[in-house]
Structures are given as structure tokens and as C-alpha cells.
Design a protein. Structure first.
Length: 306
């Protein structure tokens, strides 16, 4: 806890409790909690773009006695932008959230574009992480892997490699506007080349409720946070060493994921000494939505004291 301001926590609709702290540089960092508020805490780092409202609309977390703490990165939702941020900068924000909540050591689950932040947290603050799960996580990419990705990510990879921030703004600004107009249509458009398994999940009403609320909140404050994140995520990783992670780690990934190719995951896992890969067949990027109960059960089992 940085001591600059107290947490502002208040009850919200649908059993969501929100929290905010102000960091020493004046930035607001926000998060939300859902599920069983007196249950087992898990720190959840959502994908890109996303917000603290990446919260399920069903009772899965309540039924399993999980207190899910959903974080939010700079420039999304209610969290102040941090120009030039690095993965390890937000890892320090995550530690500040844990300090504010009085939580010492917790299981961590990181999804998609949230993966490098979860890995940075585990590498830089090993005493705060009981175990790590990554689902369909981002990994450092080679330029030729763009051919295996959805169009938006392939173009983002090209622009980041060229250090073309203006081009990234031009790419993402109209997508942000489309998200604010119609989140579901925009998401489907970006995922038009995703596999059939992803297309089926996008038709699920409960998934749609969660996605609409989450994307609109993520994009509310502007496009710069998304641009910052895309330049960082697609531009090559540096600043933290994944090989320093000592916590047990399970990485779940689909063999037909067109957001993050499995080839990139295989390369990264060679640098993670305690990592185990669970590979789903005939599966894409959205598969974790259907299997979250199994994923969380496996995480909690590894995080339990021996």
C-alpha cells in the first residue's frame, strides 16, 4: 500500500464491490470484486481490451466459494493512463491492490493480454503469488506468426514492430468507436476468422452480457490505454525475466487460437521452468469461458498448502 489515499469501496449492482487506490504518482488504479465476498481470494488479470468488469454474469464463482478480484490496467475504464508503462510497472500496481486488501499471498489467473502482467508479478514478487494460471495467454511473437492471427492482431504486430504508434492509433480508434456503438457486432467483426468453437461461444447470451459491459467500460476513457498496451505487448517483451518464476504454473491454450498462435506459447514455455501446458484440441481463444470451473479448481488445488 503506497499510503497516498484510502481505498474507495462501495456496493454496486449484481453483487459487485468496487475498489480504487491512488498511487504515489497520482494515478488511480481500479479493481472490482465479485463472487463469494467472504470466500477464497483469487487475483484475476483480464485480457485486452478489458476492464474491472470482466465479471461473469452467472453464479460460477459464488458456487465455488471464490472471491474474485478483477484488476484493471492503466488507460482502461476508471484507471488512469500511464504513458510508457511496462509490464513490471503494473505488477507493482497489483501488489498495491493486494496490500490495500490485506492479502499476503494469492493464486493468480491471467488471461490473454493479461498474461505478461501475471508473469511479471510472479517473477518480481514471488512471495505474493501462491500459484499461477495462464489461459490463452499472450506470448512474444515472431513477425511471420501474423499470418496465423486474426487481422486486427496481425496488423497490430506489424505496427508495433515498426514502432508506428500513430499507425496503431489509426488502427484502433475506429475499432473503439465501433465497440462503443455496438460491442457485440464489433467483437464479432474482429473475430470473423476465429474458429467455429469461438463463434459458438460468441452466441451465448451470458457471455454477451459480460462482454458488452466489460468492453464499453474498457473503452470509455479513450483509446490511448489500448494503444499503449498493444505497442508493449506486440513490440517484444523486456524488463522482467520469466525464467525467474518459481511458482507452479499451468498454461491452458487452444490448438486453433488465432489471437495468440500456439507456436509462440511453446517458445515462451521453454523459458518457464515450472510450467505445464494443457493444450485443448479443436479449440480457439474463447474456450476458457466454458471450462473456467475446471481451470479454477486446478489452480486452487496447486495453491493449497501441502
Amino acid at each position: 500500500m503506497d499510503g497516498t489515499a484510502p481505498s474507495a469501496r462501495a456496493a454496486a449492482p449484481e453483487a459487485i464491490v468496487e475498489g480504487r487506490i491512488t498511487r504515489s504518482d497520482g494515478r488511480v488504479v481500479a479493481w472490482a470484486e465479485s463472487g463469494a465476498h467472504d470466500g477464497r481470494p483469487i487475483l484475476r488479470i483480464p485480457g485486452t481490451p478489458s476492464s474491472r468488469f470482466a465479471i461473469r454474469s452467472d453464479s460460477l464463482w459464488v458456487d465455488r466459494g471464490i472471491r474474485m478480484i478483477v484488476t484493471e490496467r492503466p488507460g482502461f475504464g476508471a484507471s488512469t493512463r500511464q504513458p510508457g508503462r511496462r509490464f513490471e510497472d503494473h505488477a507493482a500496481d497489483l501488489v498495491a491492490i493486494l496490500d490495500e486488501l490485506g492479502l499476503d499471498r494469492v493464486p493468480v489467473i491471467a488471461g490473454s493480454g493479461g498474461a505478461p502482467y501475471g508473469l511479471a508479478l510472479a517473477a518480481d514478487y514471488p512471495d505474493r503469488v501462491a500459484a499461477v494460471t495462464v489461459v490463452v495467454g499472450a506470448a512474444p511473437l515472431h513477425p511471420d506468426e501474423g499470418a496465423d492471427m486474426i487481422g486486427l492482431n496481425a496488423e497490430g504486430l506489424r505496427l508495433a514492430a515498426a514502432a508506428d504508434r500513430a499507425g496503431m492509433v489509426a488502427l484502433l480508434q475506429p475499432v473503439r468507436a465501433a465497440i462503443l456503438r455496438d460491442p457485440l457486432a464489433s467483437f464479432r467483426g474482429a473475430m470473423e476468422t476465429a474458429p467455429a468453437s469461438d463463434q459458438a461461444i460468441m452466441a451465448d447470451p451470458a457471455w454477451q452480457v459480460m462482454t458488452v459491459r466489460n468492453l464499453r467500460e474498457a473503452m470509455r476513457s479513450g483509446v490511448d490505454g489500448w494503444v499503449d498496451e498493444s505497442m508493449l505487448m506486440f513490440g517484444g517483451w523486456s524488463g522482467f525475466d520469466p525464467s525467474q518464476i518459481t511458482a507452479s504454473l499451468t498454461w491452458w491454450h487452444g490448438d486453433r487460437d488465432r489471437n495468440i498462435p500456439l507456436t509462440a506459447v511453446h517458445r515462451l514455455l521453454k523459458r518457464l521452468p515450472r510450467a505445464r501446458l494443457v493444450e485443448w484440441t479443436e479449440s480457439g481463444h474463447l474456450t476458457p469461458y466454458l471450462l473456467e470451473g475446471e481451470i479454477l479448481g486446478e489452480l486452487l488445488e496447486r495453491a493449497s498448502p501441502e
